[in-house]
Design a binder for this molecule. Sequence first.
Ligand SMILES: Cc1cc2nc3c(=O)[nH]c(=O)nc-3n(C[C@H](O)[C@H](O)[C@H](O)COP(=O)(O)OP(=O)(O)OC[C@H]3O[C@@H](n4cnc5c(N)ncnc54)[C@H](O)[C@@H]3O)c2cc1C
Length: 659
Amino acid sequence: MTKIDSKIPEGSLAEKWTKYRSSVSLVNPANKRNLEIVVVGSGLAGASAAASLAELGYKVKVFCFQDSPRRAHSIAAQGGINAAKNYQNDGDSVHRLFYDTIKGGDYRSREANVHRLAEVSSGIIDQCVAQGVPFAREYGGLLSNRSFGGTQVQRTFYAAGQTGQQLLLGAYSALQRQVGMGNIELFTRHEMLDVVMIDGKARGIIARDLVSGNLERHFGHAVLLCTGGYGNVFYLSTNAMGSNVTAAWKAHKKGAFFANPCYTQIHPTCIPVSGDHQSKLTLMSESLRNDGRIWVPKKENDTRKANLIPEDERDYYLERRYPAFGNLVPRDIASRAAKERCDAGFGVGTSKMAVYLDYAAAIIRYGKGEANKRNMHHPSDEEIQLMGKEVVKEKYGNLFDMYKQITGEDPYDVPMRIYPAVHYTMGGLWVDYNLMTSIPGLYALGEANFSDHGANRLGASALMQGLADGYFVIPYTIGAYLASEISNKATSTDSADFVAAEKAVSDKINLLMNIKGSKPVDYFHKKLGLIMWDKCGMARSEKGLKEAIADIQALQKEFWSDVRIPGEANNFNPELEKAGRVADFLELGELMCVDALDRNESCGGHFREEYQTEDGEALRDDVNYAYVAAWEYQGASKYQLHKEELKYENIKIAQRSYK
Ligand SMILES: Cc1cc2nc3c(=O)[nH]c(=O)nc-3n(C[C@H](O)[C@H](O)[C@H](O)COP(=O)(O)OP(=O)(O)OC[C@H]3O[C@@H](n4cnc5c(N)ncnc54)[C@H](O)[C@@H]3O)c2cc1C
């Protein structure tokens, strides 16, 4: 019998959430004051959840490993956040956002969750505007929108190229308000290292104070993991250096299923790798594909400078292959198309592993528009260029500056060189409709869970999902669980279960410290990253995945016998922090390959070379693989697969086409 119960409410798709909200159990205000909730993570998902739950009256503790919640990786988000407001009057609706998301995810996400996400999307924008988030506005005052991949409407709200930062400042203000009111206790520079289980339920966490090195025990009637994604398993990614899987992985080892671990998003527009000294890759926001055109030379191995290649010798391959969506095809498709051109010998730059993202046409178009506005009937080319660049600067200036600082080239004058890079993980802890994992009382929100994006996330939908989870979903769904917890008093953290959980964490730390090997942590992380990129990256095959599993297992052995961690356990020790995270990445990497090997189809970001159409597109197998793969940990290198069948009752499942 399957152990999966997704708890999707009965009723028609459009009514499920409304009915659920009106009938879910409530906790009265007096009881809320006696219920404690641990929130791990202070990014958009964690900060919004913590603020909302504290506002409702629960006692909340928030943990993050940075020195301030404002440094959560969410701050890096550039391009925007989706919502079905239809401000543009271009045909958007809740249903269209729902449909685009399901299709964009290559029909591998849960209908009910995605519909709920689309329904609450408008409220997120209202909430953030009320907080003072400075979204870009049109001249007349309405909020402005732009397009992201996989859609034909403009529904992306943005604050220049700093949307995540502005949204996080909003959520952080809401969080700090509750800290000020005494409803939230904030623990910065604390890393959660295990979930404490009592009688089969999550009842708290063990955290390490990263400054003193001390271990601490914290009780919660419920625990929320809002700990972000695990793209750094690849070592090189666009994620913040600290992003890691430890919290989710520890929960997995305590019984939380890990869903679709192999679904990784490789973003098409990143600054290419420039050498093996790098520890981080930089995203150039997808918003740049609104106006930028992507091309490579038509001639193989063309060494001419971009500006010297005439128009008719350029291959705008996305516009050629996908005329309906052009440069705004979803990320998985754009990334594979770039790889295909580079592998075929048409790449540009010294490494030949890059394509051009070109603003020349947009600058002229905007320049001419400005000339019209200013009643200039015969503007010179220079004037058009100047005015066009001003418009582009207004829209994307900080991204252009960033590109120039990193590459030394001025993208206003020469096309940017871009190549795909690891960016986001659609996989994560399996959650039911309530966002509860398979451990009672343990929830996962934001990028840490698997929900909503299927096998490929559409741009600007992660911020939407994180804030939907935190502001609008968990405040309701947690009641379904906590209503039955009101008679349970807080457990003492001196109880045997807490003591044993802390001891297990302490033993693990000592084990790491006592290896006293010869190789630094980064040596192992880089090696793992290379295996993952080569064999479980943009293209995967049965042979490669089997090799990867063997390679990773060998690397795990080497790590546990030869890693060198300087310093002490009971002190500030960033190398120890990294070692713990890499140890978990080493196990997760193996599971990702196991999952990718098991899924004998291609879908979204999971591209198995054996399963492709004649045009090189992902070839799904809906008969055998229309399920969420939820893996249960059963000891080292042992995993049991549980399948959550995906039913599409409101959408016709079809071969994805963006032509
Ligand atoms: C460069 C970049 C640009 C992006 N741009 C966009 C965009 O324009 N639009 C969009 O929709 N999406 C974008 N994304 C994706 C989006 O930013 C993320 O998916 C989203 O912000 C994740 O939010 P989160 O709250 O789930 O996690 P995060 O913001 O990653 O927060 C994780 C939190 O968990 C804490 N934490 C983690 N582990 C532990 C632990 N063990 N103990 C204690 N605390 C822990 C951290 O301290 C942090 O507070 C972008 C991603 C990148 C990399």
